[in-house]
Design a protein around this ligand. Structure first.
Ligand code: ADP
Ligand code: MG
Length: 627
């Protein structure tokens, strides 16, 4: 457009668009999910603003999404009455500011070439270039004039005041000029299917301008018979009215010429109208017993913004009492991309609603960090609607909600973990197919593989729930180093005279099995836990006991194996006095003490660390981290 201001895309955004527009990725349809999701976000925002300022809605009080096709111009348009974008928003959000997810997404595209996850990286808008070579975004924000953003993805975009277009009132209109190889997205049936597939649970009505064939009785004979054809050529809405008038006229004529029977014929006529495609289902408001497995699954897919991800399980409950809320949370089958690499930056996909109105998806107070892999919805009946995000943040009741959610989630995980054991005990009773596909008894292993590290972080970070979290841990032990055991399993196998839970940390199970630290323990028939992850050392500084039994590091000098033979030891100490003194002199300040010990079986000597110091393994970890 003439007089438009030109901008270049930020470098990474440009690279991303380049990849998208040249992509051979076949699942192009995801663009619609992304654009509808953006429209819904914008609608959520204006609804939220209007809670405290009714004027924000102006005379555009319908909050909705409308989709329309213009075949002649190969144009698909998506319009929302959301918050809209100012000129500045358009420039920043659609081109010049790279989101943190941009490079992460580029990286993962290189690995898997899977466009489907684009929405999770915060760059969903650009997926529109899977189906278009030219896109226009018209937007009207309450604080600004109406602006037009346009780009054919050649590295540049232009922004100009939109003086020619129809005034939007408020919101955003996206004009998608569909590419030759994407014509299917100009078909009503296809669009209907896609909205049903991806956007069933969008909380705002989605309309599609669609045609319907209707039968009409029209008079034959004379001039009348030509009417329907003429009408069909006219503008659609008028044609409908026009035909009705004709029918009435015909009736009038009948009254006048009574003996003559009305001669009519049935013709098919195309009527255009806005068709509501979704039903606005707030699944979480329903009682769990009324929701089918398929509904749970579809709702999850909508939340996860992709169509193949599955949840391991869900937690759906209603809390009553002075803090009423409902929640539907899912534990995914796979960890979110980059979850542990970006543990402190990762945001939970958790939406907070107050009495069905979306408030925010940016509440760290709602869930502890180590559970931020959960996806779902919390809908409070008790929180005040008319408060800003800031005051909500400080609201004490969020703590109550958080506490209850954590309990329920940990309960659910414990159940899953018990099912694993029961499944193993009973060699899994056939047919107990889990609601989300996988066998109940197989779920926990999957969970542990994906989220075991997170549970360990939970042990470190969540002191009140530490005993609960400890029950969810899985460890390798000397009993069967190949398999994973729970601590409950370990305790159940403890020898009668065994008072402590023994563990040793190192690089690999292999190395630990052959360590001199464990030889005597194993000889005496005590089981030893082998920790091989760096994080385990930190976990064990926080987790000091389980089931009233203390943990004992086998590499520390306070390891005691049963009762000491005091007399015998005294004799031995006497006998080795000179050797010990010689060692101490030789080693000097490199060691704090040299002692005669009964803890070894076949090895002559061992270097241990003091009860209060770091273990050798911990020292190694600290050194590695300091580099
Ligand atoms: P995300 O939705 O994850 O933020 P997108 O790439 O889908 O990432 O969108 C980028 C940004 O563009 C959004 O955050 C929003 O600010 C803006 N945006 C996109 N579509 C709309 C719309 N229909 N109405 C208002 N703002 C929009
Ligand atoms: Mg988006």
């Amino acid at each position: 457009k003439e007089g438009a201001e030109k901008f270049t895309f930020q470098a990474e955004v440009n690279r991303l668009m380049d990849i998208i527009i040249h992509s051979l990725y076949s699942n192009k349809e995801i663009f619609l999910r992304e654009l509808i999701s953006n429209a819904a976000d914008a609608l959520d925002k204006i609804r939220f603003l209007s809670l405290t300022d009714k004027k924000q809605l102006g005379d555009q009080s319908e909050l909705e999404i409308r989709i329309k096709v213009d075949h002649a111009n190969r144009l698909l348009t998506i319009q929302d009455t959301g918050v809209g974008m100012t000129k500045d928003d358009l420039v920043k959000n659609l081109g010049t500011i790279a989101k943190s997810g941009t490079s992460a997404f580029l990286e993962q595209m290189q690995k898997s070439n899977d466009m489907n996850l684009i929405g999770q990286f915060g760059v969903g808008f650009y997926s529109v270039y899977l189906v278009a070579d030219y896109v226009e975004v018209v937007s009207k924000h309450n604080d600004d004039k109406q602006w037009l953003w346009e780009s054919n993805a050649d590295g540049n975009f232009a922004v100009s005041e939109d003086t020619d277009g129809e005034p939007l009132g408020r919101g955003t209109l996206i004009k998608i000029h569909i590419k030759e190889d994407a014509s299917e997205f100009l078909e009503e049936a296809k669009l209907k299917d896609l909205v049903a597939k991806y956007s069933e649970f969008i909380n705002f009505p989605i309309y599609l301008y669609s045609s319907k064939e209707v039968s009409k009785e029209v008079p034959v004979e004379g001039e009348d018979s030509e009417e329907p054809e003429e009408a069909a050529g006219e503008d659609d809405e008028d044609s409908e009215e026009g035909t009705e008038d004709e029918v009435e006229d015909a009736d009038d004529e009948d009254d006048e010429e009574e003996e003559e029977k009305p001669k009519t014929t049935t013709v098919k006529e195309t009527v255009w109208d806005w068709d509501l495609l979704n039903e606005n289902k707030a699944l979480w408001l329903r009682s769990p017993s009324d929701v089918t497995d398929e509904e749970y699954l579809n709702f999850y897919k909508a939340l996860a913004k992709n169509d193949y991800e599955k949840p391991l399980t869900h937690v759906h409950f209603r809390a009553e009492g002075d803090m009423e809320f409902r929640t539907l949370l899912y534990i995914p089958e796979r960890a979110p991309p980059n979850f542990l690499n970006d543990y402190y930056g990762h945001k939970a996909q958790l939406k907070l609603y107050v009495r069905r109105v979306f408030i925010s998806d940016d509440f760290e107070e709602l869930i502890p960090r180590y559970l931020s892999f959960l996806k779902g919805i919390v809908d409070s009946d008790t929180l005040p609607l008319s408060v800003s995000r800031e005051t909500l943040q400080a609201h004490a009741s969020l703590k109550v909600i958080k506490k209850k959610i954590v309990r329920k989630v940990l309960d659910s995980l414990k159940k899953m973990s018990d099912a694993e054991k029961e499944g193993a005990d009973a060699e899994s009773s056939e047919g107990e197919e889990a609601s989300e596909g996988m066998k109940e008894s197989e779920k926990y292993a999957t969970f542990w593989k994906e989220f075991g590290r997170t549970i360990k972080l939970g042990v470190i970070e969540d002191a009140p729930n530490r005993p609960r979290l400890a029950k969810l841990l899985r460890v390798h032990t000397s009993a069967d180093p190949e398999k994973l055991s729970s601590l409950e399993d370990y305790v159940s196998r403890m020898k009668e005279d065994q008072k402590q839970i023994y563990f040793l940390s190192g690089n690999s199970v292999e190395e630990l099995q052959n360590s001199v630290f464990v030889e005597k323990l194993i000889q005496k028939g005590y089981e030893v836990i082998y920790f091989t992850e760096a994080i385990d050392e930190y976990v064990m500084t926080h987790l000091t006991e389980f089931d009233d039994k203390k943990f004992q590091d086998a590499s520390k000098d306070d390891l005691k194996l049963g009762k000491d033979d005091k007399k015998g030891m005294k004799k031995l100490k006497e006998e080795f006095k000179d050797v010990v003194a010689w060692w101490k002199e030789g080693l000097g300040s490199a060691v704090s003490a040299v002692k005669v010990s009964s803890r070894l079986a076949s090895s002559p000597a061992i270097v241990v660390t003091s009860k209060y110091g770091w273990s050798a393994n911990m020292e190694r970890i600290m050194k590695a981290q300091a580099l």
